[in-house]
Ligand binder design. Structure first.
Ligand code: AMP
Ligand code: MG
Length: 318
């Protein structure tokens, strides 16, 4: 068995594996990450192979703070402001890359995405390894991200050298990705640090007519359960018309009382609970139903992130 509890001994062993060019799955506050030495093209190539991840989807460098980030990226005043406000935490900052970061890690881009996680095991691992750790979510590419060690094992099996079990992750959806290479912040992916929180720290740009600067990863289908997912807007009864199949429901309010009742219904008390439970619930419901109807949360700090993931899980490219 290669799932180990999050103890100092397993962190030391994991650091040895990372330094030796291997793969370690570890908890962060967002979801489980699949980590490797970000400076080794061979180690990074193993991440892409294990996940079946498209080569044009760059990885996030996990570091311990601003000083470390400055060894791998140009930390602009704007990036520094964001890092001071939100690190350690679920904010990934896109900056201009230094040459030391291999092209495979950043998928050939001139920029690199950097984050300092606030999970104790994650930061102990980065410290112990003494390296920046490249880590995407520890799932097969396209599947819902893992929020438990067991899910990592189910998805990746022997492709990973070691899994550190730190229990269920705290936030449940991935980090916010913010581009800080320009005059203001551009949110490339909503996540644990909300638009409102970012706006308090810096100017957040809302790209108008200009072509949207996008995160390469947003081109790909993501977070999808094995059965179709139907996003549902509260009150929109029309989306229930084509059902007639064994369906399950997740949301924050009761589903409309149209036709057959759902086989299983899971209600979350807040957008934060929804975010936390989203991926494990999708993985559970895909084994029970032919279709999952998911209510798009209207408000809540994490509402935007949950809406984004649900739309992508349904196959929309945003
Ligand atoms: P994941 O680690 O699987 O949660 O995905 C990382 C996300 O960060 C993807 O959406 C990537 O496209 C995005 N990302 C990583 N590096 C960059 C970069 N240099 N510029 C823009 N987005 C990036
Ligand atoms: Mg991912």
């Amino acid at each position: 068995m290669y799932i180990y509890p999050a103890t100092p001994e397993s962190v030391r062993e994991a650091a040895r594996i990372i330094k030796g060019g291997g793969l370690v799955a570890f908890p962060t506050e967002t979801v489980y990450g699949l980590g490797a030495n970000a400076l080794s093209p061979r180690a990074v190539a193993k991440i892409f192979a294990a996940k079946g991840r498209p080569q044009d989807n760059p990885l996030i460098l996990h570091v311990r703070g601003i000083e470390e980030a400055a060894r791998f990226a140009e930390v602009s005043p704007l990036a520094e402001k964001l890092a001071r406000a939100f690190w350690p935490g679920p904010l990934t900052i896109v900056m201009r890359s230094l040459d030391i970061v291999p092209l495979v890690t950043r998928a050939g881009l001139a920029t690199v995405a950097v984050r300092a996680p606030r999970n104790d095991t994650a930061s102990a691992l980065i410290r112990e390894a003494g390296l920046p750790i490249a880590a995407p979510s520890a799932n097969r590419s396209g599947r819902p991200s893992p929020t438990t060690a067991r899910t990592v094992a189910e998805d990746l099996g022997d492709a990973v050298d070691m899994i550190i079990d730190g229990g269920e992750t705290e936030v449940g959806v991935e980090s916010t990705v913010a581009d800080a290479t320009g005059d203001g912040v551009i949110i490339l992916r909503p996540g644990g640090v909300t638009r409102e929180m970012l706006s308090e720290a810096a100017r957040v740009l809302t790209p108008g007519g200009a072509p949207l600067r996008r995160s390469p990863g947003t081109r790909h289908r993501h977070y999808a359960p094995a059965v179709p997912l139907l996003p549902h807007r509260r009150g929109d009864v029309s989306s229930f018309a084509p059902l007639g199949r064994r369906w399950c429901y997740i949301g924050m309010t009761e589903p409309p009382e149209e036709g057959e009742p759902p086989l299983k219904k899971i209600l979350f008390a807040s957008a934060e609970d929804y975010a936390k439970g989203l991926y494990s619930t999708l993985r559970e419901l895909e084994t029970l139903c032919d279709v999952i109807v998911a209510e798009l949360p209207e408000g809540g700090a994490l509402g935007e992130a949950v809406r984004d993931r649900l739309k992508r899980a349904a196959g929309e490219t945003i």
